[in-house]
Ligand binder design. Structure first.
Ligand SMILES: NC(=O)c1ccc[n+]([C@@H]2O[C@H](COP(=O)([O-])OP(=O)(O)OC[C@H]3O[C@@H](n4cnc5c(N)ncnc54)[C@H](O)[C@@H]3O)[C@@H](O)[C@H]2O)c1
Ligand SMILES: *[C@@H]1O[C@H](CO)[C@@H](O)[C@H](O)[C@H]1NC(C)=O
Length: 316
């Protein structure tokens, strides 16, 4: 079985997430071979213009020499140890993809989907062996941010999950298995809960979009890269830990939770609600009509934060 020694990774779909995953494998494992299958007509030009920028602190030529484009899906997967798909986010595409991959890939190959929302239990309905499929949800951009959420379907075998976990751990990543499928997994559930509260506060006129962003980046943003909410408030509770925190500050916490729920109800903070126009207007006024800012600057700064908090950088 190849996972321990050989490293041929087939990436199906190489848009935003696929190219970033290619950079991850090429830079973190100097022996890996990456094979890309993507139907876009300008694939080679797109890769040539985008991928080298992701290969920071690496020998770009050496990395590019280990990258191969496959003319067909069969060519991509027939010698792969790991197949990860990040094609379009639609169910028919993913459902029809896996049986084809299953037909052509070796029997030891891991089958992984980067989906942000289509659970493995729905993707696997036409597979011969659904125990092989696992959702591995990256946090964009995965060549920089270490988290991978491993989300098994009820049919996914425990072995598939443990092998995937050790595979990504060996690349210096942080793979976290969830016990079961849930909409949004964990990272997006947390992020969108904060987004909802942020939209609510702005729509009530309590704070502007730009000031809210400043509040996050100058307080919980840096804090959360060092300690998550539980460890933070466990420390905040002093010698009594989280228990003490809830005893001392629990009243305020409860009041905030009630206010938040009242705010969502009274201001109809649902997707497409009236509040949305004003929040989007403020975002455009603060940051320009197009959201595509300088991702190179974002990525450079994020790397430095991760280096500061001790992310292990292997293969450098
Ligand atoms: N963008 C994110 O922040 C993010 C984060 C986590 C997970 N995801 C998931 O990753 C997947 C891809 O998202 P993205 O943002 O990279 O999208 P994208 O549109 O940038 O990339 C999709 C790629 O799939 C290719 N493609 C289309 N049809 C194909 C086919 N039949 N065979 C092979 N390739 C095909 C397209 O040419 C394109 O390059 C989705 O499932 C999404 O939910 C995205
Ligand atoms: C991409 O780069 C390779 C290597 O430099 C080159 O051979 C190839 O012609 C380039 N392709 C395109 C479409 O730019």
């Amino acid at each position: 079985m190849g996972i321990g020694t050989t490293h041929t990774i087939a990436l199906i779909g190489s848009g935003t997430i696929g190219l970033s995953l290619a950079a991850l494998h090429l830079t973190k494992d100097p022996h890996s071979k990456v094979i890309i299958y993507d139907t876009r007509p300008d694939l080679e030009a797109y890769i040539n213009s985008t991928l080298p920028g992701y290969l920071v602190n690496a020998d770009v030529q050496q990395c590019m020499a280990r990258l191969h484009l496959a003319p067909t899906l069969k060519d991509a997967v027939e010698r792969a140890d790991v197949v990860q798909e990040q094609g379009p986010e639609n169910l028919p595409f993913k459902q029809s993809l896996w049986p084809q991959i299953e037909t052509h890939a070796p029997s030891h190959t891991l089958f992984l989907s980067s989906t942000s929302g289509i659970p493995a239990s729905q993707q696997c309905t036409s597979m011969r062996d659904p125990s092989r499929l696992l959702v591995v949800h990256p946090y964009n951009p995965p060549h920089i941010l270490p988290l991978l959420e491993l989300v098994p379907s009820p049919q996914t075998s425990p072995e598939t999950t443990t092998r995937t976990q050790s595979f990504f751990a060996r690349l210096g990543r942080v793979p976290i298995p969830l016990t079961r499928e849930c909409p949004g997994f964990v990272s997006n559930r947390l992020a969108f809960a904060l987004l909802r509260e942020a939209c609510s506060l702005v729509s009530q006129g309590i704070v502007s979009v730009q000031d809210l962003d400043s509040i996050v980046t100058s307080s919980m943003g840096p804090r959360w890269s060092v300690a998550g909410p539980f460890k933070s408030y466990h420390a905040g509770g002093g010698t009594e830990g989280l228990r003490g925190f809830m005893e001392k500050i629990g009243g305020t916490v409860g009041m905030c939770w009630e206010e938040s729920e009242k705010g969502y109800r009274e201001n109809n903070i649902v997707v497409g609600g009236e509040w949305q126009e004003e929040v989007c207007r403020q975002a455009e006024e603060a940051y320009g009509k197009s959201g595509v800012g300088d991702t190179a600057e974002r990525d450079r700064k994020t790397r430095r934060v991760l280096e500061a908090v001790g992310e292990r950088e292997r293969g450098r």
